[in-house]
Design a protein around this ligand. Structure first.
Ligand code: CA
Length: 222
């Protein structure tokens, strides 16, 4: 799950980015509205956290442009405390939710979980394929009911593959889902994570499509 964080308060942005990453989100951070709008083309996020008070553009104008490019994109607005009118305008303008500053990081995470759950096609946060169950809310994975310990990136990778079961995920697509901009990616990073993952999952669960990427078949039985 990739979050685009649009926030010009750099210490706050840094803290939020770190917390979001710890909780399994990939984060792209921009400080200007124009950069947020421009980022929508190549590698669009799944969710946006948008500060309304930006130096170069009004946050509402940014929201409008984001909506224009991707109508279903969930956007959570950050507003200054007590700016009730801002909240109403933001919700009227198509924001999915808002938080007043200052807020607890736990509150932001809870709101984002709600938005990301709404995104997933099923009502449940759980994906089950064969003997493997992945819970997006609790970030827990079990095989035959037994908990499996995964690193943060391993979880994100498995989540991306299971969400898209039956479809091939290229290495580039997976890299984009696991890493934010400017994050150092070793050329064999995805292969390395896949190889660790495979040791923890049933044999043959993740299939390699040689020269293309990886997939999990939707109808594997034993
Ligand atoms: Ca601001």
């Amino acid at each position: 799950m990739k979050v685009l964080l649009v926030e010009d308060d750099l210490p706050l942005a840094r803290g939020l980015s770190q917390a979001l990453k710890r909780h399994g989100f990939a984060v792209d951070h921009v400080a200007r509205g124009r950069d947020a709008v421009n980022s929508m083309g190549l590698n669009p996020p799944d969710l946006v956290v948008l500060d309304l008070g930006l130096p170069d553009m009004d946050g509402m104008a940014v929201l409008k442009k984001l909506r224009h490019q991707k109508a279903a994109l969930p956007v959570l607005i950050l507003t200054a405390r007590d700016a009730l009118n801002d909240k109403v305008v933001a919700l009227d303008g198509g924001a999915d939710d808002y938080l007043s500053k200052p807020f607890e990081i736990e509150e932001l995470l809870a709101r984002l979980r709600v938005l990301s759950r709404r995104l997933s096609t099923s009502l449940s946060s759980e994906i089950r394929l064969d003997s493997v169950t992945l819970d997006q809310a609790s970030q827990k994975v079990t095989v035959d009911g037994e908990p499996v310990a995964l690193s943060r990136r391993e979880f994100m990778l498995l989540n991306a593959l299971m969400q898209n079961a039956g479809r091939i995920q290229t290495r580039e697509v997976l890299e984009n889902k696991l890493y934010g901009w400017g994050e150092e990616i070793a050329s064999n990073a995805i292969e390395a994570h896949i190889s660790y993952l495979r040791k923890k999952l049933p044999r043959g669960f993740i299939q390699t499509i040689r020269g293309v990427g990886y997939t999990i078949s939707i109808d594997q039985q034993g």
